[in-house]
Design a binder for this molecule. Structure first.
Ligand SMILES: [Zn+2]
Length: 136
């Protein structure tokens, strides 16, 4: 399947730079300590624009899952049906990521299971993150 290559903007560039180094980072508000993702220009809690990026544990849990049976995106059609699971980050449960959980059948996606981030090269030097079940 032709993979979608992310197109970073000014706000998300540091996130994708970290992904390229196999690190998962989120915004960290220096004023109130809030962690947030996706990146925003201001803190969601205190509106501060003073933030840096903090590396996460890369660990999470599956919150819910759905199965995409009929995408209108032609490039995704070969991979169907495929999973879209929602992962909640252990470092900050308010942060969610989407996960494909490649290799799992839709009915095999265990809600509540522990997952960890994984990285896949989709173009030379360009990585994207996904999630996989933690064995055991
Ligand atoms: Zn804040």
């Amino acid at each position: 399947m032709p993979k979608l290559v992310p197109v970073p903007d000014d706000l998300s560039q540091p996130f994708w730079d970290a992904v390229n180094e196999r690190r998962l980072v989120v915004q960290h508000c220096k004023a109130c300590g809030t962690l947030q993702y996706p990146p925003r220009a201001k803190c969601q809690d205190c509106q501060s624009e003073d933030y840096d990026w903090q590396q996460t544990s890369g660990k999470g849990h599956i919150l819910s899952a759905a199965t995409l049976m009929d995408s209108h995106l032609a490039t995704m059609a070969q991979d169907q049906p495929h999973n879209i699971a929602l992962v909640t980050l252990d470092d900050e449960p308010r942060i969610n990521f989407f996960a494909n959980l490649t290799g799992l059948k839709p009915e095999e996606v265990p809600i509540g299971a522990a997952v960890e981030v994984t990285f896949e090269e989709v173009a030379p030097g360009r990585l994207v993150h996904d999630w996989k079940l933690i064995e055991g």
